[in-house]
Every structure is written in structure tokens, then in C-alpha cells.
Design a protein around this ligand. Structure first.
Ligand code: SF4
Length: 167
């Protein structure tokens, strides 16, 4: 299985979520959240398509790449800054570096919070992201689903019912 940015984000959110998603169980995005994300992209970043490039390479898809300034932009509709988001863009920088587009920076943007988090290139990313990639493969190929984590984020997780109600 090809590792994607979503897998890396879930690795940092919940290993059970990663396993369920990668094994095709349930749906992460309801049509409502997809519509919301689309609306944010269309209204807040209307002029970006003209300035920035879309990049798809080795399982990752970057909507806004600023080739002139060597910056990857990732837009999150979340109203919370999460480590999973920065991990996801670090993975993007790693994949791009492996493909000869290196020493980039990335910004995770939160339009709802009017906030942005910068991620700078660091040679250690090569080692760190490569380990994440291996960790993802080990988890998704495991025969058993990891246990529930009983965390605050569970309440807003699309797998909540599956994890806490259906069992
Ligand atoms: S509800 Fe909680 S335990 Fe279940 S997948 Fe989501 S985050 Fe993980």
C-alpha cells in the first residue's frame, strides 16, 4: 500500500483510526465536511489557483505549491492546531526531497483560527519521515486493529460510534 499524507496524519492522531481507514472500514469524510473544506478553499483562497501549482507525487497531493518561494501550503479547516497536521506536511517535504525538490518550507494554514504554523526543512526529516512510513506499513498490515484510545478527540472522530457504541 502506498503511504499518503492522510496515513501519516492518522499515525499521529490515533493508530486505530489509521488501521480502520487503511483497511477500508467506514468513511472518514462525511459529505458535509468535504463541502465545508471545499467552501473554505473556494472563498478564502480564491486567487491561489492562479499563483500556485498543484502537485501530485508518490501518494501525496499538494493543492498549493508556491514554486517561486519554495513553499508548500496546506490548508486545514480545523479549529485546532494539531501535531498531526505538521507531521503531514513534514512528510510532504520528505517525499518532495526524495524526488529532487528539496529544502522547501511549508505552512499549515488555519483560516478559522486566522493562524499559520511554519515547518522548516531539516535533514533529520529524511530519517524521521522514513520511520513514519515504516510505522504506517506495520500498523496497517497488522492482523489486529489497535485498541481504542479513550481520548478527547474521539468525540469528534467519524469512527466514534464504531469504537464506542457498536462494540
Ligand atoms: S474514536 Fe477514538 S479510538 Fe476510535 S478511531 Fe477515532 S480517535 Fe481512534
Amino acid at each position: 500500500m502506498q503511504t499518503t499524507g492522510t496515513h501519516i496524519a492518522y499515525l499521529h492522531t490515533c493508530k486505530r483510526k489509521l488501521w480502520l481507514f487503511a483497511n477500508g472500514i467506514g468513511m472518514e469524510h462525511t459529505s458535509e465536511t468535504v463541502a465545508e473544506g471545499k467552501l473554505i478553499a473556494e472563498t478564502t483562497y480564491l486567487d491561489r489557483a492562479r499563483k500556485y501549482t498543484e502537485l501530485a507525487i508518490e501518494g501525496i497531493k499538494i493543492d498549493f505549491y508556491d514554486a517561486k518561494n519554495k513553499v508548500v501550503h496546506e490548508v486545514k479547516k480545523s479549529d485546532r492546531v494539531e501535531e498531526a497536521h505538521t507531521a503531514q506536511v513534514k512528510y510532504y517535504l520528505y517525499i518532495l526531497a526524495k524526488n529532487g525538490i528539496d529544502h522547501l518550507r511549508a505552512i499549515v494554514e488555519y483560516p478559522k483560527l486566522k493562524q499559520r504554523e511554519w515547518v522548516d526543512w531539516n535533514d533529520e526529516l529524511l530519517l524521521i519521515a522514513s520511520k513514519w512510513e515504516k510505522d504506517v506499513q506495520i500498523i496497517v498490515n497488522s492482523e489486529s486493529c489497535p485498541p481504542v484510545i479513550n481520548a478527547r478527540i474521539c468525540k469528534s472522530c467519524s469512527y466514534y460510534e464504531l469504537c464506542y457504541v457498536d462494540e
